[in-house]
Ligand binder design. Structure first.
Ligand code: NAP
Length: 288
């Protein structure tokens, strides 16, 4: 039997409706309108269009969005100084640093300077550290999106075998750590290129009741590896011959899994909704 599809858009739409109400409440009761500062170092057309989409989505829910375009030859120190300024600005509740940064700028150094309570992408060491301590506040948007997809399946996660393929700081690693929280208590395995080289990727995938794949490698996970009746969340987004392809061999996997995310239309639509939700959470955190 074919798997049930886990689609991101209906979940994102529900989140947006909730956010609108919360933002109205913040405006009425606290006289606060959440605002997002987006820092874009010029040079990458894709990140400019991504910022444009964020701006439209923010406007729809009533979040102010200020786009700060900085010259492509800006020095690392000047960029850090700019972030230090908006860290202090009471009219800014959230800060997004658009990626990629030009060559020669250490993105980790710059990201680390974002104030913890304004870190709406959940990428600072401070917010990552809170996940390790099982006290998450602002979490990386795509990792959280993957967790929301697993939740949307309605499957009981407690004690289940989870395999995450990919250990990047913004997706795989935080997704695995979030699933280790006591409230989920998944028994977690993280795979990477070392696992693939050892030849054990099929084995780790094959015993996963829940599988999250964020590798950036088209159809890396073969459908026949997927456990019967499992939940499969494919974060991968790859362009092949003008088509979007995930990291999981979808057509075969969907005949084995109980729930599976399509690509596109799975985790992707959730990312911006979570960014906006994080902005509201950040605003509330600053008021505590
Ligand atoms: P990344 O930084 O390149 O990390 C990829 C991870 O996958 C690494 O840990 C790498 O292992 C592992 N990996 C790569 N090839 C592998 C293989 N053949 N076997 C086993 N492990 C392998 O990528 P990312 O930023 O996490 O993104 C992952 C995917 O998610 C991409 O397709 C990206 O486009 C997509 N994505 C989607 C959204 C969205 O939908 N909104 C947002 C972000 C990312 P090593 O650590 O050993 O190198």
């Amino acid at each position: 039997m074919s798997a049930e599809l886990l689609k991101g858009k209906p979940i994102a739409d529900g989140m947006i409706e909730e956010l609108k109400k919360e933002i109205e409440n913040l405006k009425e009761k606290h006289k606060v309108t959440p605002s997002l500062a987006s820092v874009l170092v010029e040079g990458d057309p894709a990140s400019k269009s991504y910022a444009g989409r964020q701006q439209k989505s923010a406007a729809k829910v009533g979040i102010e969005y200020q786009l700060h375009e900085l010259p492509s030859d800006i020095s690392q120190q000047k960029l850090i100084d700019f972030i230090a300024e908006i860290n202090k600005d009471d009219n800014v509740n959230g800060i997004i640093l658009q990626m990629p940064l030009p060559d020669g700028i250490d993105s980790y150094r710059v990201q680390s300077t974002i104030a913890m309570k304004k870190d709406v992408e959940g990428i600072t060491p401070a917010n990552m550290g809170l996940i390790v301590y099982d006290r998450p506040r602002l979490c990386p948007c795509t990792a959280l999106g993957a967790i929301k997809m697993v939740e949307a399946s309605g499957v009981d996660i407690y004690g289940k075998d989870l395999t995450v393929v990919g250990r990047s700081a913004i997706v795989g690693r935080p997704a695995a750590l979030l699933m280790l929280q006591r409230k989920y208590s998944a028994t977690t395995t993280i795979c990477h290129t070392g696992t693939a080289k050892s030849g054990k990727l099929p084995e780790h995938v094959g015993r996963a009741d829940i599988l999250i794949v964020a590798a950036g490698s088209p159809e890396l996970v073969k459908g026949e590896w997927v456990k019967e009746g499992s939940v499969v969340v494919d974060v991968g987004f790859n362009w092949i011959d003008g088509k979007t392809v995930g990291d999981v061999e979808f057509e075969v996997a969907k005949e084995r899994a109980a729930y599976i995310t399509p690509v596109p239309g799975g985790v992707g639509p959730l990312t911006v909704a979570i960014l906006l939700q994080n902005t509201v959470e950040a605003t509330k955190w600053q008021m505590e």
